[in-house]
Ligand binder design. Structure first.
Ligand SMILES: [Zn+2]
Length: 487
């Protein structure tokens, strides 16, 4: 840090200034982010971006309304003036608010938390990273029909310091690492793509360079490219109603869009719909809405290791928790904040408030929303399908604002005949209505197939914030699904 004063001193100065200016509650958050993104196209470096950010934000509650102000100038005078601006904004907001904000209690925490990192990815030389990525793109040159090969790597290191007027003082830091490869095959006007381990820059997880090493990009390059070429001549996914098995990556997106977002309590409460979006779920549905079949169990869990939504405390100083959202197919929980928990009479926030950086006011953001594993292998899921389709790797998605009607496209599919995978199918898509679709889920593969995926680009808020969220999933089977061809 290059500050004239230390971060702890700065946060204390801002907190004092907010309280002495009339706040009934305040918290101050310092955030330092270091990120690096690499991209290789064919044999050449396509992009190399580095990003560093350090600043702090003050959140003040005055007369029952929030104010927020932030700065990247790390000195005592700036700490005081930023805190006063937050208080002034809150005071002005209070004159137009409809109901005063109340916060449910949270124990005072004085703690330090660190995510898992075995091998610091920022200590790996650029030469070594590019060598890995170019070896992977070279490994995908299996045919003249392979038109484009790409390999990417994304690294993030973040430290957060948090103090509140209630006495909490928390610092936490984590590292997240990601990598992926993709091959694009072309024949005339036909274009097909395959990615590994997932689309949209691959697989993201909390952890260091060991996360990337485990993916073994180079060893998977050939098969990834061969599947892209094979898709060029594969028949189209049929338009029918049939049994569908989804791989873990597509199940991740299905959980994200149709369970993660609609169970965010700010959406459920319809708080500033433009800001957060809305939900087909209502408060009276808690404990009674049949969200899915009896095998569907989904939780929100920031305490698991390795997810993009794994942390010790959220950005309002609430300890990370594991909360059931759907149990035995019934809606039993929401993702909450201290403010929204108070609105529904809950005793405690379940700790899901996060901000993209120091510039942003925290919002309810899903941590790791997980589809809990059932039992049996992937082959067991197929074994009970006489005639169906297996779809893998998300390619596109569309879902309405209430998170009810959706359409997903995948990169690839295979016919399932008499319990076995047969011909490859191209351009698969399926459509559904959230509770109907989950109601037809009749099997989820077991813990041995379960993996925590990450999606780094979840958008929410106005101005928009991009958040990194995790989803533990196993492949899952759904009956009576409408399938067709994606555009
Ligand atoms: Zn999202």
């Amino acid at each position: 840090m290059t500050s004239a004063i230390g971060m702890n001193e700065l946060l204390a100065a801002a907190l004092d200034a907010a309280m002495s200016s009339g706040a009934s509650y305040a918290d101050v958050r310092g955030v330092e982010i270091r990120a690096e993104s690499l991209g290789v196209k064919g044999p050449a470096v396509e992009s190399l971006e580095r990003f560093d950010s350090l600043g702090f934000g003050v959140r003040a509650l005055v007369d029952g309304a929030w104010g927020y102000a932030c700065s990247a100038e790390l000195d005592a005078a700036e700490a005081v003036s930023t805190a006063r601006v937050a208080v002034e904004i809150a005071r002005a907001s209070a004159t137009v608010m409809t109901a005063p904000i109340e916060l449910v209690p949270e124990p005072v925490h004085r703690d330090s938390w660190m995510g898992p990192t075995e091998h610091d990815p920022f200590a790996v030389t650029l030469e070594d990273k590019l060598e890995l990525l170019t070896s992977a793109t070279a490994g995908m040159q299996v045919s003249p029909k392979i038109r484009t090969t790409r390999a990417t790597m994304d690294l993030l290191s973040q430290t957060t310091w948090f103090v509140s007027s209630e006495g909490s003082s928390i610092d936490q830091s984590f590292v997240q690492s990601a990598a992926g490869i993709e091959a694009v095959a072309v024949d005339g006007s036909e274009v097909q793509q395959r990615s590994y381990p997932g689309s949209f820059r691959g697989h993201f997880a909390s952890g260091g360079y060991e996360v990337i090493a485990e993916m073994d990009l180079v060893a998977n390059a050939e098969q990834t490219a061969e599947e892209a070429v094979a898709l060029l001549t594969a028949p189209l996914c049929p338009q029918t109603v049939t049994s569908v098995v989804l791989d873990g990556h597509q199940t991740m997106l299905q959980v994200h869009e149709s369970v993660g977002h609609p169970t965010e309590l700010d959406r459920v409460l319809g708080m500033e719909a433009a800001f957060a979006g809305t939900s087909f779920v209502g408060i009276p549905d808690l404990g009674s809405l049949r969200y899915g079949s009896e095998v569907v169990n989904i939780n929100s869990d920031a305490t698991i290791s390795g997810g993009l939504g794994s942390y010790g405390y959220d950005d309002e100083g609430v300890a990370a928790q594991r909360v059931d959202l759907v149990k035995g197919g019934i809606l039993v929980g929401f993702q909450t904040s201290r403010e929204t928990a108070a609105k529904i009479g809950a005793q405690r926030s379940n700790g899901t408030m996060r901000a993209e950086g120091w510039e942003n006011f925290p919002l309810i953001r899903m941590p790791n929303v997980n589809l809990l594993p059932g039992s049996g292998s992937f082959e067991d899921l197929l074994a009970d399908v006489d005639d169906g389709i297996y779809m893998a790797t998300n390619k596109s998605w569309s879902i309405d604002d209430k998170r009810l009607n959706f359409q997903f496209g995948c990169e690839v599919a295979w016919e399932i005949k008499h319990g076995k995978l047969r011909r490859m199918l191209k351009d698969p898509r399926y459509t559904g209505i959230t509770p109907v679709f989950w109601g037809y889920c009749d099997a989820i593969a077991g813990p041995e197939e379960w993996k925590v995926w990450g999606t780094p680009n979840c958008g929410k808020g106005q101005p928009g914030q991009t958040m990194r969220v995790g989803h533990g999933t196993s492949p899952a089977r759904f009956r009576n699904v409408s399938t067709g061809v994606s555009s």
